[in-house]
Every structure is written in structure tokens, then in C-alpha cells.
Design a protein around this ligand. Structure first.
Ligand SMILES: [Zn+2]
Ligand SMILES: [Zn+2]
Length: 375
């Protein structure tokens, strides 16, 4: 049911009228002082008021018109949106027909224009699949129109993640006569339309800082003699079970099985580190790089992953690295007989440490309201 009718004096917009103006229109129509026709099929239109007070136009006779009947909730929300858009300073036309460059026809529930901007605000009370929503949105896009969707409770058949390219919002169950609420904003539909048209509804992608941990031992490069931090093992940013960012102390948390320091084990751990951390990430923290050397000391090796000196890129021998660690552990245990590696790492002058490599994870995008006066 349209809330717009054609007339000899141009479009008549039911949503733009107050009660007095609407009564005047009804009287003029009744006395045949004014011709009104339906925008869908041009048959004569009759101004009507729904039981809950929404102004709309009905077909004087149904005829051939294929335009589906709308639910009272659809009609009501469409009127509210049209009024709110008009109040926000846009030129608003309801039931506005258009065509994509490929010749596909569409009719926008509420069509808004301001300068060169064109918006279609759609109320969807009957079930619609996400695929269909995306198809209709693409058709609007091809026509140079930005679409936004307002789904009644249960109307969205959600199978996709509708992102910023298809703005979709949910209405709580609609009772005609009471302005519905937009979820999850808890705002009235009219307040939400105002915020949307004033560009205060932003697509927000939250970011999380989840550092990646790398254990190292302080050493000196055999080739250039400069101090280096030989990397030993890593812990991935996403492995924190409680979703908090990892800290150095997490590295040894719950580690009951002593780590094996063999040439094979070190190469394997470095390989795993190499797969997820770039050498740029390691260098940025002053750590040695990790590389693959299939021939070490003139002999092929089955354990090719090694530290590369941060300064001169000389490969570091895994065998000597193991000795260095075991030596450090021994020295530490002679200080406190039952101390674990945990204590070794936290000892201030200890040669073993844990470096934090910053990692920013991007979360799921969502629509957020920006407060009116915030910059
Ligand atoms: Zn019609
Ligand atoms: Zn070096």
C-alpha cells in the first residue's frame, strides 16, 4: 500500500501530512475536486487511514495491479522512516521506481535524495534470504543508489554475514502505533534514521592486541662476536584460552614437561616459528632471525632450521645453542636447587627471556552509533 499518490498537482505524500492536511485531502478527493492515482498502476487512488492511524492510499479498484498488499506493520514502518528522513532534511519519495543499467526494475520503499546522494531505505517484514537481500542491494548499487535494510522480527533468513556493503538492521517486534526499536542499538526507529542520515552509524572493525611470545637466550655470535638473542621457542598470539593478551609469564604457565634441548627438537621448533613469524618481526625486537640451511659445516643436515645472526646473518649452530641453554639451566639450578626454568626466565640477570611481538587481530565488523557531539 503506497503512502504516495500521483495528482494533477504532482506527488501527494501521505507521510508528509499532518491530521488536518490529511482530512483536507480526503474532503477534496470526496468532492472530486482532486484526482489521485496510484503510483504502481495509475488506477484511481483513495486516501485512507488505517485503524492504527497510518495514512495511505488504496486502489479504487484492484484491476491488473500486481503490487502485493503490505502488512500494517510494513506500512507503518515505511511511514515512520519516510517522515524521519524528511525531518532529517532529505527529499523523500516513497514507492519510488527505478531501473538498473541492465534494465532491471526496482521500487524503493523510501527513496531519499540530497545533493548527489541517493538512498533506498527498505522495510522487510516478510521473510527474505540474505542471498536475495544481497541481490537487491547489488541492483541498487548498479543504479547508483545506496540501500539500507530494516528487517522485522524473524524476517531475515540469515545465512551470510552482511557487512558494510549491505547495511542491515533488525527491528524488535513491531506494534503499529508504537515506534519500534532498532536492535542492538536500543534506539527508536525514527532516532536511528536520523542518526543514519547524519552519518552517525559507522562500520566499526574492532582490533585486539594479542602479542606473540618468543623465548630467547642471550648469547654472542660466533662469527661477528656481537651480542645476540638466540630464539628458542614461540607461543602464538591466539593460543590464550581466556582471550586475554598473552604476557611473558604465560610462556611458562602450566609447562610441566621439560623441554628437550636436542638439535632435532630445536630445528623443529625454529621451523614452527619460521612458519608464523617473519624475520622482520623478530628483527624489530632485536632477536636473531630464523632461516633454513640444508648444508651445515659442509655436511647435509636433516635438521636445517637455525638462528641467523641479527647483525651478520651467520647461521648459528644448534648443537652449541643446546649446550648454551643446558649450561644456563645448570648455573641457575646451582643457585636454587629446585628452581624451575620459570625462575630462570624471571631472574633479572638471567640469560633467558621472553620477547613480545606485537600482533593486531581484527575482529568482526559491526555497526556502531557515534554520539552526536563526539569528534
Ligand atoms: Zn497498483
Ligand atoms: Zn654475527
Amino acid at each position: 500500500m503506497p503512502i504516495r499518490a500521483g495528482s494533477d498537482q504532482g506527488d501527494v505524500l501521505a507521510f508528509a501530512m499532518n491530521a488536518e492536511q490529511w482530512q483536507g485531502l480526503k474532503a477534496r478527493h470526496k468532492s472530486k475536486a482532486m484526482n489521485l492515482w496510484m503510483p504502481c498502476c495509475q488506477v484511481p487512488a483513495v486516501p485512507k487511514t488505517s485503524p492504527r492511524g497510518t495514512f495511505f492510499f488504496a486502489h479504487a479498484r484492484r484491476g491488473e495491479c500486481a503490487t502485493a498488499d503490505e502488512s500494517p506493520e510494513h506500512l507503518y514502518c515505511k511511514s515512520l522512516i519516510a517522515q524521519a528522513a524528511m525531518d532529517a532534511g532529505w527529499k523523500v519519495t516513497s514507492e519510488w521506481p527505478g531501473q538498473s543499467p541492465e534494465g532491471e526494475q526496482w521500487v524503493a520503499d523510501v527513496f531519499c535524495e540530497k545533493g548527489t546522494a541517493k538512498l533506498a531505505l527498505e522495510v522487510q517484514m516478510s521473510p527474505q534470504s540474505d542471498a536475495e537481500t544481497v541481490r537487491r542491494q547489488d541492483r541498487y548499487r548498479a543504479s547508483g543508489v545506496r540501500g539500507a535494510w530494516f528487517f522485522g522480527a524473524g524476517a531475515r533468513r540469515a545465512t551470510l554475514e552482511l557487512d558494510r556493503s549491505t547495511p542491515a538492521f533488525s527491528l524488535r517486534p513491531v506494534e503499529v502505533g508504537t515506534v519500534p526499536t532498532v536492535d542492538p542499538f536500543g534506539m527508536s526507529l525514527t532516532g536511528f534514521i536520523e542518526a543514519l542520515l547524519h552519518k552517525r552509524i559507522d562500520w566499526d572493525i574492532p582490533t585486539y592486541h594479542r602479542p606473540h611470545l618468543v623465548e630467547y637466550i642471550e648469547d654472542a655470535c660466533w662469527a661477528c662476536k656481537k651480542p645476540v638473542k638466540q630464539v628458542l621457542e614461540h607461543m602464538e598470539a591466539s593460543s590464550s584460552p581466556d582471550d586475554d593478551a598473552l604476557t611473558e609469564s604465560d610462556f611458562y604457565e602450566g609447562r610441566f614437561v621439560p623441554t628437550a634441548y636436542t638439535v632435532a627438537a630445536v630445528s623443529k621448533r625454529l621451523e614452527a616459528m619460521h612458519a608464523v613469524l617473519s624475520n622482520e618481526d623478530l628483527a624489530a625486537q632485536g632477536l636473531n632471525l630464523v632461516g633454513r640451511k640444508d648444508v651445515i659445516g659442509g655436511k647435509p643436515t636433516r635438521f636445517p632450521f637455525v638462528n641467523l645472526c641479527l647483525h651478520c646473518h651467520a647461521p648459528q649452530n644448534n648443537h652449541f645453542l643446546c649446550e648454551r641453554i643446558l649450561d644456563a639451566m645448570q648455573r641457575q639450578s646451582s643457585v636454587g636447587a629446585d628452581e624451575e626454568l620459570t625462575e630462570l626466565a624471571s631472574a633479572q640477570s638471567g640469560p633467558v627471556g621472553v620477547a613480545l611481538i606485537p600482533r593486531v587481530l581484527r575482529g568482526r565488523g559491526e555497526w556502531k552509533l557515534r554520539e552526536a557531539d563526539s569528534p
